[in-house]
Design a protein around this ligand. Structure first.
Ligand code: DON
Length: 582
């Protein structure tokens, strides 16, 4: 499984010859400015592999495919082949698509999928092991994007990840800390112990080389035989058998039926900008659009970033958008009303109606905003990962993908070496039960076979726009945004956008500025620990219930236009690497 640090250089040289990447030992860089292409991700190996693809003449999508597979090896907390996500692609011409490769519920899933005989939510079934795993979409999603835009051969984009899995990569302290933090749950599963722990109980250490032979075999099959090999044929049928042993409900038919959906990005304008955002089954585009429409009537330009009055109005805006999220959003292919409701939530009339209950000096009560009968009487995990890519021609990718919680369901699929997601946890697991803790039980996001769980992932792009005589013209791309963080993703991306384009902070400051989060229920304003005490006191004085978070909100790996250059910015909250491809 692991080898001592001193054998690294020889094997690393072999890895380098396969990937053409720069040294893997150089310190990571958090900011890069270039007139060429950029890749910004949580991991140095992955960013360097992406930049090498750009240097070989690859399209931004080619780089994104290589980064996506590399992170499945080097960032097992969230990088994956066993999960799903969203890729927003914008060509330099302005044409854009949204690749929805969200996981789907297996045929066995239904409203009672997570309940025990007494009708209570079974916490094991929801979070740990195979039962909570949706049908993975990542391999199909990366392939769908590649089929449309790729210039380099598929195999050449998967191979760097095969090499990393087979030959190993050097573990960093973040992976070790992540494994240690989740140790009791991860070590419940033999296959997980075999991959990541010495003697079943000691996490791989920083500086050790971690190789993953089973994962290398899966990736090699996908590289050689193509993406359908993950869904049909011997690899797929073997995974289904292993899944039975892992307590899951997948069938061969579930895997064979998995389909990517190509959607139109949501588009809305704000102050001379056009935003390309994630449509349902992500809730993020609708929520961000609704929040901007509410803010539009609150003179946001007159506000100062981080001031108590600003944070108060942001909290009130967030509170209302998250109530609408709970009431109306889900998978539009299963709940047709989602499409019409989403369109209505984005109208100025709806924003005006939501704005009327905002008091500039006083916090509202979330329960008082809820429709009668909604409330019956835990925060989501925090691991997913977002990477941004722009190539020298200006084609761009914003990709957020996930296995839901940190290390997903904690179970590696025995014999296949990848962590299973616990994405089905994003459904409203107890139908009809919405409460003040943040549990939501409304109909649009209840479990059904083949359905995609509602997501908060928010790949987002911003372009200049001019509107004359009611016609909007789309101009140059100015930012590529996104983040992990469960429901907090929406507010992280919203605040990075406001910092850049309304409060006019410099790119680095826009990503670094302390963030806040309100999600309607629980009725609490979460603030990062860097928010000053005086600000918190002012918010308490306005009637907010404020909670300082022990950890930071999100990880917004961002690319911003600055004159004729791109600035790639790693969010220092979790680190990573910004690689240029001049
Ligand atoms: O799709 C979603 O919204 C969640 N499953 C994302 C989970 C997440 O961001 C956890 N991470 N940091």
């Amino acid at each position: 499984m692991t080898f001592p640090y001193f054998v690294m250089s020889a094997a690393c040289a072999c890895l380098l010859s396969l990937t053409g990447c720069a040294t893997t030992q150089a310190p990571s860089q958090h900011v890069v400015r270039t007139t060429g292409g950029v890749v910004v991700s949580v991991d140095r190996y992955a960013s360097d592999i992406g930049a090498a693809v750009l240097r070989r003449g690859g399209h931004a999508v080619d780089a994104a495919v290589a980064v996506g597979f590399a992170l499945a090896v080097t960032w097992p907390e969230a990088g994956n082949v066993g999960g799903g996500g969203f890729m927003l692609v914008r060509e330099a011409t302005g044409e854009a698509i949204f690749v929805d490769y969200r996981e789907t519920a297996p045929a066995a899933a239904g409203p009672t999928y997570f309940l025990d005989a007494a009708g209570r939510v079974d916490p094991q079934r929801v979070r740990l092991g195979g039962w909570s795993a949706g049908i993975p979409g990542t391999v199909a999603g990366l392939a769908a994007a590649h089929a449309r835009y790729g210039r380099l051969p598929w195999k050449s984009l998967v191979e760097p990840a095969v090499a990393l899995a087979r030959d190993g990569f050097i573990v960093d302290d973040r992976l070790t800390a992540g494994l240690a933090a989740q140790l009791p749950e991860l070590t419940q599963f033999q296959a997980t112990r075999d991959v990541f722990f010495h003697g079943g109980k000691t996490p791989v250490a920083p500086g050790e080389r971690l190789s993953q032979a089973d994962l290398a075999r899966v990736l090699e099959t996908v590289a050689k035989d193509g993406p359908r090999a993950f869904y049909e044929g011997p690899l797929a049928s073997g995974m289904v058998e292993a899944m039975k042993a892992a307590g899951g409900s997948w069938t061969a038919a579930d895997l064979a039926a998995y389909r990517v959906v190509i959607r139109q990005p949501l588009r809305f304008t704000f102050r001379g900008l056009s935003l390309l955002a994630a449509p349902p089954p992500s809730s993020s585009g609708v929520a961000i659009g609704e929040m901007l429409a509410i803010l539009d009537g609150l003179a946001p330009e007159s506000l100062t970033a981080g001031a108590p009055q600003t944070l108060h109005l942001l909290a009130e805006t967030m509170r209302r958008a998250f109530l609408d999220r709970a009431l109306h959003l889900g998978d539009p292919d299963h709940v047709p009303a989602v499409t019409t409701d989403a369109a209505r939530l984005l109208t100025p009339a709806h924003a005006a109606e939501r704005r009327t209950s905002i008091d500039r000096g006083r916090a509202s009560r979330s329960a008082a905003l809820a429709p009668p009968g909604l409330l019956s009487a835990p925060a989501e995990g925090s691991d997913t990962t977002h990477f941004s890519v722009v190539d020298a021609a200006g084609n761009a990718v914003a990709n957020t993908y996930t296995i839901e919680e940190s290390f997903g369901s904690k179970a590696v699929l025995p014999g296949y070496g990848f962590l299973l997601n616990n994405e089905l946890h994003d459904f409203n697991v107890k139908p009809g039960h919405t409460d003040r803790s943040g549990a939501v039980g409304t109909a649009p996001n209840q479990v059904a076979p083949g359905k995609r769980p509602l997501s908060s992932m928010a790949p987002l792009m911003v372009e200049r726009a001019t509107t004359e005589a009611g016609v909007t013209r789309h101009g140059e791309l100015v930012a590529v945004l996104g983040s992990p963080g469960g429901r907090t993703i929406i507010n992280t991306v919203f605040q990075v956008f406001l910092n850049l384009f309304v409060f006019k902070l410099a790119p680095e400051a826009a990503v670094a500025a302390p963030r806040v989060h309100h999600q309607w229920m629980p009725d609490r304003l979460f603030v990062e620990r860097e928010v000053p005490t005086a600000t918190i006191e002012a918010l308490l004085g306005m009637g907010h219930s404020v909670e300082r978070l022990p950890r930071n909100l999100g990880h917004a790996n961002t690319i911003v236009r600055e004159g004729d250059r791109w600035v790639g910015i790693v969010d220092a909250r979790r680190g990573g690497h910004a690689a240029a491809a001049p």
